[in-house]
Ligand binder design. Structure first.
Ligand SMILES: Cc1cc2nc3c(=O)[nH]c(=O)nc-3n(C[C@H](O)[C@H](O)[C@H](O)COP(=O)(O)OP(=O)(O)OC[C@H]3O[C@@H](n4cnc5c(N)ncnc54)[C@H](O)[C@@H]3O)c2cc1C
Length: 469
């Protein structure tokens, strides 16, 4: 018997792979998945009403990491993937309350083209000259990790950090860049520094290579979703899992090891339990820590020390005439120094086709919790007022939205602070000594959906290896 705890994308993938892989290897293995809530998908949650397709959580996944795309192919839904629209492949950064296009060539948090950088009004002349110094500064001569903030300020200067890198990082991790580990979150950057001695030079070379690759054939859009939203992935994955495998409304409380039998006991409410040869815990780290505490206080302590950030998303639908801005981009990010209540906003109905009826605009704002943590406890009305105030200033939005959907995620996105890699290494070496136990989820090697899928695949490889012994 194999038990998966958690029915988000990590748990569903682990469950599906345990079933398909054990079939392929001709292993006789029963699989059960237990999900605490009444629905599957975890933070992936699409709400469809009145012609609107609103994403509470993730609205897309990145196509450059193969695992999500490959899973879609495997379960036969690759033909339902949709890329972002090609009309406006750009986004904006707020500067003194105005939207300015991200200079062409910028990648994640650094410039990759000189002329668009020189022309951009986002940075002062002094700021641009400081960024250009990256071309001449010597590379760091140690492998020691550093924070994202320290890296950007060291290579490109404080202005590049405050005006561009910080809001970009905030948009991805909803996190404090002075604490985030560069090597855990963006390992490609120290590699670029090491190989090219300069981030700008590395990005210019990268651009040249990708231009050559693009010329050699079609490729996926950088971000992918589905016509009916991200829930499609959850629905189709669970459809391929045999009936009777998944139990919703069933919260696991504790996982214990029965040393004599070398089996695991998964405990639920009311003294109910199930014995298992294999257990995959696919939960946010703090929940996983609580469940595994009696079986492995060491793993529990390590998992419990991984921080998570919270997030609030607000979907808002407006009539076209309520918005002054042409919305000729995918959305915008807001530097913390602009002191707004929102940290980013996607123009959802511009970014993807078929997200709203004609003449209706669907926007999705992310509320900034870094400046005010207790925002998560505010009433929906207060949150809407703050978001509308910003949208009025930045996009000239007038009046009330015709539909609103607020979603609060408390402690949902793992924060890879300095020391994360060591912590994960320690967790992995402890787990290696516990046959039949594995973890999946966003606490380890990436917070995005592709990384979660990959974490589940690796967990299944470990479990089936243990089972084969
Ligand atoms: C607002 C937001 C936006 C995001 N945007 C993107 C994006 O655009 N692209 C991207 O790639 N990634 C994005 N992410 C990250 C990504 O969506 C998540 O990292 C990923 O979906 C996490 O999946 P998971 O299965 O590991 O965890 P979860 O989705 O958290 O699932 C865990 C599941 O376990 C259940 N559970 C909890 N405790 C128990 C228990 N004791 N017993 C049984 N079940 C339990 C929960 O109910 C839940 O269903 C976003 C995340 C958030 C919060």
């Amino acid at each position: 018997m194999a038990v998966v705890i958690g029915g988000g994308i990590s748990g569903l993938t682990a469950c599906y792979k345990l079933i398909t892989e054990s079939r392929t290897r001709d292993l006789s293995l029963r699989v059960r998945l237990f999900e605490a809530s009444e629905r599957l998908g975890g933070v992936i949650d699409t709400v469809k009403r009145d012609g609107l397709v609103m994403e509470r959580g993730p609205d897309a996944f990145i196509s450059t990491k193969p695992w999500a795309k490959d899973l879609c192919q495997e379960i036969g839904i690759a033909d339902r993937l949709v890329g972002t629209t090609t009309q406006y492949r750009r986004s904006f950064v707020i500067h003194n309350n105005n939207l300015h296009a991200t200079p062409q060539g910028f990648y994640m948090m650094a410039p990759g083209m000189i002329i668009p950088l020189v022309r951009s009004p986002i940075f002062s002349v002094k700021g641009k000259l400081r960024m250009a110094m990256d071309l001449f500064l010597p590379p760091k001569n140690s492998d020691e990790d550093e924070s994202l903030e320290s890296f950007v300020v060291r290579r490109l200067g404080r202005e590049a950090f405050e005006r561009f890198a910080q809001p970009m990082i905030g948009g991805i991790y909803a996190a404090d860049p002075s604490k985030l580990s560069l090597r855990s979150t963006m390992p490609q950057f120290p590699e670029m520094e090491h190989q090219y001695g300069s981030i700008i030079r590395a990005l210019m070379a990268r651009r040249k290579n990708s231009d050559q690759q693009n010329a050699s054939g079609p490729r996926y859009s950088l971000f992918l979703s589905f016509q009916s939203g991200m829930q499609t992935l959850v629905e189709e994955l669970s459809r391929q899992i045999p009936e009777g495998t998944i139990c919703i409304n069933t919260k696991a409380n504790r996982v214990d090891l029965q040393p004599k039998k070398n089996r695991w006991i998964v405990n639920f409410n009311q003294n109910q339990h199930i014995e298992a040869d294999l257990v995959c815990i696919a939960l946010p780290a703090s929940r996983a820590a609580a469940i595994i505490k009696s079986a492995s206080p060491i793993i529990s302590g390590l998992l419990g020390s991984i921080s998570y950030s919270s997030s609030i998303t607000v979907n808002l639908a407006f009539r076209q005439e309520q918005i002054n801005h042409p919305l000729d981009g995918m959305g915008f990010v807001v530097p913390a120094i602009e002191r707004k209540s929102i940290l980013a906003c996607s123009f959802s109905s511009v970014k993807f086709d078929n997200r709203a009826p004609e003449d209706i605009i669907l926007l999705r704002a992310f509320v900034d919790l870094a400046q005010e943590r207790n925002m998560i406890d505010r009433s929906e009305q207060q949150i809407i007022e703050l978001v509308l105030r910003d949208l009025n200033t930045l996009l000239g939005v007038k009046g009330n939205p015709i539909d609103v959907l607020i979603s609060k995620y408390d402690n949902a996105i793992a924060q890879y602070y300095l020391g994360h890699l060591d912590r994960v290494r320690q967790i992995e070496s402890e787990i290696a000594q516990l046959p039949g136990l594995a973890f999946a989820g966003n606490a380890f090697h990436g917070v995005g959906i592709p990384a979660c899928i990959n974490s589940a695949e690796k967990a299944v490889t470990k479990l089936l290896g243990d089972f084969d012994l």
